[in-house]
Design a protein around this ligand. Structure first.
Ligand SMILES: Nc1nc2c(ncn2[C@@H]2O[C@H](COP(=O)(O)OP(=O)(O)O)[C@@H](O)[C@H]2O)c(=O)[nH]1
Ligand SMILES: [Mg+2]
Length: 217
């Protein structure tokens, strides 16, 4: 892939390029690893508590208003959903697979991952070879919930060298400017987004391309 130009501030000659979604397609819903789609593309997994803004974020990143149904029909909410997202970066075309995992519950204290996720989901995230990036969505107003901390610790324990873990805080529009700065200082490397204001998504697209295609921005 062509090396992306490093955009400097006040440098109006070269702008930092952003991968642009141009196609999006729902593939299927699966119960678990057994009936999932073939592992033919690198995958980005989205996980987070129910109502954190997962569907909204997938819609924002895919450039499609209703790709991930914002209010999934009952029964479908426990399934793993697969989407292929086609991108353009410069003149090149790329495809990335998005995986939307069921939201985990609000349990304050859990003794094991089984109480957070069903067995089939734990099996999926641990054993699915195609996963290259975990995007953990967290609510910017509640950055330290026990369940989010547990999930992060759990996934980092089995994270492979070819996999990355990215924390994205949603609902940035609910914070004051000062609070946004404080949050990012507390979580270096995290990204803050607002689905309402449609802000922050470019950096996620760049992270996806850095991880999967080794792009440099
Ligand atoms: N203010 C604000 N609301 C958001 C944001 N993202 C999602 N929401 C709202 O939060 C609710 C849950 O969003 P949804 O995407 O369905 O969450 P999911 O359950 O994690 O898939 C909806 O009412 C969204 O409109 C955001 O960045 N800012
Ligand atoms: Mg949803």
């Amino acid at each position: 892939m062509p090396k992306a130009g490093r955009g400097k501030e006040n440098d109006n000659v070269k702008e930092t390029p952003v991968p642009r979604p141009v196609r999006a397609e729902f593939l299927k819903s699966a119960q678990g690893i057994g009936d999932s789609v073939e592992e033919s593309l690198s995958e980005v997994v989205f996980l987070g508590r129910s109502n954190v803004g997962k569907s909204s974020t997938i819609n924002l990143l895919s450039g499609r208003k209703n790709l991930a149904k914002s209010s999934a029909t009952p029964g479908k909410t426990r399934l793993i959903n697969f989407f292929d997202i086609g991108y353009k970066l410069g003149e090149e075309d790329y495809t990335v697979r998005f995986v939307d995992l069921p939201g985990f519950g609000y349990a304050k204290v859990s003794k094991s991952m089984k109480e957070i996720w069903q067995k089939n989901l734990v099996e999926f995230i641990r054993n699915r070879t195609a996963i290259r990036l975990f995007i953990h969505l967290r609510d910017a107003r509640h950055p330290r919930t026990k369940i989010d901390e547990e999930v992060e610790r759990y996934i980092r324990e089995f994270l492979r060298p070819d996999q990355r873990y990215l924390t994205v805080f949603t609902k940035a529009d609910k914070l004051k400017q000062k609070e946004r700065g404080a949050l990012l200082r507390e979580f270096p490397g995290a990204i803050l987004i607002s689905n309402l204001k449609k802000s922050g998504q470019d950096r996620i697209q760049q992270e996806i391309f850095q991880t999967i295609f080794g792009a440099e921005f």
